[in-house]
Design a protein around this ligand. Structure first.
Ligand code: AHR
Length: 503
């Protein structure tokens, strides 16, 4: 057992949580759209063919925004293929995943579904094989009022009178990656992104635009890519994107449990890079980060896009997550919260079946993977103001990141009710932690509402169609808030926690 002491004061804050931190991502890839959110023959399907059981789980997950339609897919996508009478839509080769895209679901269907499950769509435009024209046309089609332009009236003629009202747009996807259809150098992409942004802003000055940052921190151009791209786009965009996927490389689980250290470093480095470009320009503007793809992804099990057989929506990268993965996902969410002053959007990739918190069987059930639970609990309760935490804890040696805190703790307070949510991850695989949090600084008496933990004696336990609730958050034993307003709790090895305190 080792001790973790947390210093916390409501006067010392990081910032306000943008609800878009609880975003997700739907790509036309594998069984995310077809067989995921959309399955017309499923017993729970609605009149538009979307699964009702999946929609219920999406609502329960608490997702606020969903990025669409890719991902690598968007870089070869012709959005016009996905609108109009379904019978007339072409079947196209999707070069990103070597799939056949039937175009049964497109912009109108996705936006209507997203609104129906209570989320705001975030759209990405194709800056791989296309450019300014297609982006502005899509913007007009999606957002313009009936009668304003012929492109907007195409939407109306297609049965969607109301504009979809998409306010946030991604200028391409992972354009730094050699695997990207239409990959570009930073200068080439920066120029195209700037011209696309300028044109889109002429059509609608109030949009929020995201420029592509690095695909991961291992890219040879990490940092310099962002600098060059922002030299072209700084005044025209609001956010720079980051992507990161984590796995136990070479079986190194200790480093894997500390994955959020890497996410934290990425955020700090790219915020500094953006600020450098701003400083050189003497700009008063401060960009934020859209961490619009993040998750655990066992990439070593995926041999790469080039090896894929041409397929028709065959399953792709359907990772089954265990308890350790859930602890890592919970810890990654804490990293995003702790940087809420610089991260305004984050999208867990993806939503259904493809490296996803929700899994489905064709014609059968939908269920929650282990990683569903930390996301749902955090999205529901970690709203409001993130507080600064001073954490005294043992260090954990890792091969990848050196010595890291063995336990991480984050704190979020609801400014209206004063309710306090503590999140904690014990990354030590063998030793429990004794957590102590003095809460006298909060003035009013707090009371312990609940302490839920993802903590199993078998860290490899998973949820499956047959045993969908093998891993769930369970009430923790022995947590006490004493008369002195000091909270004490035990955090078992490799565990994630949500502790709620109210007035
Ligand atoms: O989410 C899977 C893929 O990962 C996305 O299409 C791409 O953007 C990233 O490389």
């Amino acid at each position: 057992m080792y001790d973790v002491e947390v210093g916390l004061d409501p006067a010392f804050t990081v910032g306000t949580v943008d609800p878009r931190l609880y975003g997700s991502f739907v790509e036309h890839m594998g069984r995310c759209v077809y067989g995921g959110i959309f399955e017309p023959d499923h017993p729970t399907a609605d009149e538009h063919g979307f699964r009702g059981d999946v929609a219920d789980l999406v609502r329960e997950l608490g997702v606020t925004v969903i990025r669409y339609p890719g991902g690598n897919f968007v870089s070869g996508y012709r959005w016009e293929d996905g609108v109009g009478p379904v019978a007339d839509r072409p079947r196209r080769l999707d070069l990103a995943w070597r799939s056949l895209e039937p175009n049964t679901v497109g912009t109108d269907e996705f936006c209507r579904w997203a609104r129906g499950v209570g989320v705001d769509p975030i759209m990405a435009v194709n800056l791989g094989t296309r450019g300014v024209d297609a982006a502005v046309d899509l913007l007009e089609y999606t957002n313009f009022a009936p009668g304003s332009t012929s492109t907007a009236d195409r939407r109306v003629a297609n049965g969607h009178k109301d504009a979809h009202g998409v306010t946030t747009w991604c200028l391409g996807n992972e354009m730094d990656g050699l695997w990207q259809i239409g990959h570009k150098t930073a200068d080439e992409y920066g120029r195209l992104a700037a011209e696309t942004a300028r044109a889109m802003r002429r059509a609608d000055p109030d949009l929020e635009l995201v420029a592509c940052g690095s695909s991961n921190s291992g890219m040879p151009t990490f940092g310099s890519w962002e600098r060059t791209v922002l030299e072209h786009t700084y005044d025209l965009v609001d956010h720079i994107s980051l992507h990161a996927y984590f796995e136990p490389v070479g079986g190194d689980v200790d480093s894997f449990l500390a994955s959020s250290e890497e996410m934290r470093r990425m955020i700090t480095a790219i915020a500094a890079t953006a600020d450098h470009v701003g400083a050189v320009r003497r700009s008063g503007k401060r960009l934020t980060i859209s961490f619009d793809e993040w998750n655990v992804w066992y990439q070593h099990r995926f041999s790469g896009q080039d090896t894929l057989e041409r397929n028709e929506n065959a399953p792709l990268i359907e990772d089954v997550y265990d308890v350790t993965d859930a602890v890592v996902v919970g810890d990654l969410l804490m990293a995003l919260l702790d940087h809420c002053d610089r991260v305004s959007i984050a999208c867990q990739a993806q939503l259904v079946n493809v490296i996803a918190p929700i899994m489905t069987q064709a014609g059968g059930p939908a269920w929650r993977q282990t990683i569903f639970h930390p996301f749902a609990l955090t999205a529901r309760h970690a709203r409001g103001t993130v507080l600064r935490t001073a954490v005294r804890t043992a260090q954990l040696p890792t091969q990848r990141y050196g010595d890291v805190p063995a336990t991480r703790v984050s704190a979020v307070q609801d400014p209206e009710t004063g309710a306090l949510t503590l999140l904690a991850a014990n990354r030590n695989r063998t030793e429990p932690a004794r957590l102590t949090v003095p809460l006298r600084a909060f003035g009013e008496r707090l009371r312990l509402v609940e302490h839920l933990a993802i903590a199993e004696t078998d860290p490899s336990a998973t949820n499956t169609a047959e045993h969908p609730d093998r891993v769930v958050p369970r009430p923790a034993n022995g947590t006490v808030l004493d008369g002195d307003q000091t909270l004490t709790a035990t955090l078992p090895p490799s565990s994630w926690h949500l502790i709620r305190l109210g007035n």
